[in-house]
Design a binder for this molecule. Sequence first.
Ligand code: MSP
Length: 644
Amino acid sequence: MKDNTFYITTPIYYVNDVPHIGHAYTTVACDSISRYKRLCGYEVCFLTGTDEHGQKIEQAAEKRGITPKQLADEVVERFAGLWKTLNISNDKFVRTTDELHKKAVRKIFNKMKENGDIYIDHYEGWYCTPCETYLTETQLLDGNCCPSCGRETAMLKEPSYFFRMSKYGDTLLKHIEDNPDFVRPQSRRNEIVSFIKDGLRDLSVSRATFKWGIPVPDDEEHVIYVWIDALTNYISALGYGEDGADFEKFWPATYHVVGKDILRFHTVYWPTMLLSAGISLPDAVFAHGWWTVEGQKMSKSLGNAIDPNWLVEKFGVDAIRYFLLREVPFGLDGDFSFKALIHRINGDLANDLGNLLNRTMGMVNRYFDGTVQPYSEAGPEDKALEETIERVFKEVDEHITNMAFNKALMTTWELVSALNKYIDETAPWALAKDEARKARLGSVLYSVLDGLKLVSLLVDSFMPETAMKIRRQLGATQEINVTDAKDLCKIRTFESGHKLGEAEQLFPRIEEKEMLEALKKETDDKKQDDEGEPVVEEIEFAHFEKMVLKAAKVLECEKVKKSDKLLKLQLDLGTEKRQVVSGIAKSYQPADLIGKTLVLVANLKPAKLMGTLSEGMILSATVDGKKHKVLELPDSVEPGTDIK
Ligand code: MSP
């Protein structure tokens, strides 16, 4: 890590989806550590942005009848708007459609090429369009389905540029061994190490099957594979390929923060690309876990992806920021539930922190007409409080730097508890009864106010609005001017002699039962509205009419060599014979099908599956997402009969 700079990045978000709490999570985490490092005097560069190229985006735009750029412009606004709502303090926002970005991608591609690491060949494989990934035979689920999204993949063969990734396996492995913090958390390191040890294959880095991307330099037929394009954002945003002052200043990144699903892209593809281009590697890549919602995976079809804007409207921005980082250790999976959220708000925020501020303000108002007294008389309880403050600041610093946000917040709450305990032990209400103890009473309240100011510094990075609210009520200076984490915890720098600000409730208590009922009603209504929309895109009759369906009698059938999923069928279509490959081998033995009359989509473009020609497709029903049941016609239907 460079001495006084701190460069942190979120993944860039796809614009074919609107933001949900998963996206908010990474961004809030990066925001919190950025704010903290700024407080400690670092020069911070915090980058986020959007990933706007690729087939999925091209398809999503086409569905809506707009251009991919129009779609991107629209969704980018939603991300940018959410970051405002969530008080995200990013220094830069990169879009992969920015000219500067495109220039940087061409530059890195050319660099890799100059170094002999790019060559042209053919790529053949099972391709999942939604995931934009080729999959190996062993990765596929039954029915040649994609293990990530469950949808059917297709066998594709296309000319493609390749990146000689295989060349860098050993260097990367050594780098990971020499830098134990490169892949974080530690628990994820092994999976990456064994992936590399299995042997890196060269990577297909261009596509000729769609247009929405950055063309390969000197070959307009190809666009650069989305991941090369996307990963380069981390340096294009710093001006790599341009004047590069920020690149000089901030690269290598201190942290790339990503979800666990894209760790491999960041710890294998990205570093090998950098090695090839002669650019130094980032310090660390941290993978966080995934959120489920009320125990279920978030998905469009379940309609349970939570809109963070709506959450903020209901619960307030800081409650959401707090919950996301407090509830689950960063790195592990977690579940989002309204019940858990309400418990956190009522317990930690309203009760522990909110009440501490309220009761302290109340006492200063009551005993000293709201004027902050000087610390003039020490007492036996003060030492323990001082020690707690020192320890808490030290530990919070370590936890935040290690991305253990939940621990940082837990530790902060130890100070909140210590302050509550200090009040109970010093019993200001008893001191107030004795005029001779006035100086001690003032000092006790001063210590709590001073402690609250320190709490406001600790929560500043996580809940900036709340921190300000606390300091405003204390009448404390709003600016925090420190140059080092050690300066943050200085006690008794809080001024005295001034009047407290106006009291304001930090977190109103939520009536759990009422709120849960109201939320349930609202989410049910929303689901009903969503269900009203057609799930499947409607097509014109003219489209349907284009499809030629014919009765086809199975003459011969055998397994496709080296495949446990594919059968090769020879079909009689009355006037001609056809060969078709079908992914039904797990549901039928070849002999089961011979003599049956099936339904064939007869005008599909021929394709090769596992190198075997297929001239059409057999219709079948998928039962329980796995088993296939072919559509059978009665024997009386002659082969070749049209089906309408
Ligand atoms: N565009 C790529 C990243 C390219 S970075 C060079 C991408 N985008 S994404 O929009 O699909 O996902 C962005 C991030 O959101 C990923 O880190 C992913 O892990 C995260 N999440 C998506 N769903 C999530 C949850 N349910 N929970 C937590 N994070 C989740 O991948």
